[in-house]
Design a binder for this molecule. Structure first.
Ligand code: MBD
Ligand code: FE
Length: 281
């Protein structure tokens, strides 16, 4: 590493003009943030003596990242999306507002307006012969009282780890459903057990991960948005236990409280004991 060769005052002069600090025009918050970021970029270029070739490589990388629509994927892989969760958790803790199911990242693969149904939904289109999976849940308020009419928006990957709309081989909204809770706050879905996700191997996110010696895999997981009238929106996931990437998620989304341990139901009696509505198909 070399030392900085640029005089800080000269850098400041440039940044003041390039970030509009010398004018009253523009948005003050935006200008302050841009000024901070640009200062950090310039000092990094100077400190590491970044070559022109490296600079243009970075420019090209950002163009490819946009072309491939992988900006949000890289943000997840660099832990930036998890960092936003860390901050939201810290703010809630400071305000003594913690409790309930913890949040975790949304990721880049949500699609709005999935089919909406009451109390139960079948999520898979029947074309993937993955292992059938039933999910049961109850939406409650902080005092554990059921919330009727809450909307649970669920999305997950197929047995190849791919999501509908990002995989032309799947039907629209396959494995994406919104379910409204009943009077007891409960909902249920039938779907198939998802596989873990891997970053596109030929994409710019995986290329960056390779440069830092990391993989781009996520454990098998199921995404949830939960919203109820008058309640704060929850973004969360469950991760399936037993997955080799459970605690090695490239997007840092696993949390102790969000691990689901699937029970294999092979026996009608067990189904009855657990009150599993096997007649729901
Ligand atoms: C996913 O399925 C995902 O949930 C995240 C966070 C990143 C990439 C793919
Ligand atoms: Fe996902």
């Amino acid at each position: 590493m070399s030392h900085n060769i640029i005089n800080p005052a000269e850098l400041e002069k440039l940044l003041n003009i390039s970030c509009g600090l010398d004018t009253k025009q523009g948005n003050p918050r935006f200008k302050a943030i841009l000024h901070r970021l640009m200062g950090d970029v310039c000092r990094t270029i100077d400190e590491f003596d970044i070559t022109d070739e490296e600079f243009w490589q970075a420019v090209n990388y950002l163009n490819v990242l946009g072309e491939r629509k992988e900006v949000a994927l890289l943000a997840a892989g660099l832990g930036l999306e998890h960092f936003l969760d860390m901050r939201a958790d810290a703010k809630e803790k400071a305000a003594s507002l913690h409790g309930g199911t913890p949040r975790t990242i949304e990721g880049p693969l949500y699609v709005a307006n999935a089919p909406l149904s009451d109390k139960f939904a079948r999520m898979d289109d029947g074309k993937d012969d993955g292992e059938p999976m039933w999910l049961y849940g109850q939406v409650t308020d902080p005092d554990n009282q059921p919330i009727a009419g809450a909307v649970v928006d669920i999305w997950h990957a197929n047995t190849l780890g791919n999501y509908s709309f990002f995989d032309s081989s799947q039907t629209d909204y396959n494995l994406r459903r919104r379910i409204k809770t009943g009077p007891d706050g409960r909902y249920a879905v039938r779907s198939i057990i998802p596989s873990g996700y891997g970053c596109p191997p030929d994409g710019p996110t995986q290329a960056l991960l390779n440069h830092v010696g990391r993989h781009g895999n996520r454990p098998a997981h199921i995404h949830f948005f939960v919203s109820g009238p008058g309640f704060k929106h929850l973004t969360t996931q469950i991760n399936l236990s037993g997955d080799p990437y459970l605690w090695d998620d490239f997007a840092f989304a696993t949390r102790d409280e969000l691990i689901a341990d699937p029970v294999k139901v092979t026996d009608e009696k067990i189904a009855q004991q657990r009150d599993i509505p096997v007649s729901h198909t």
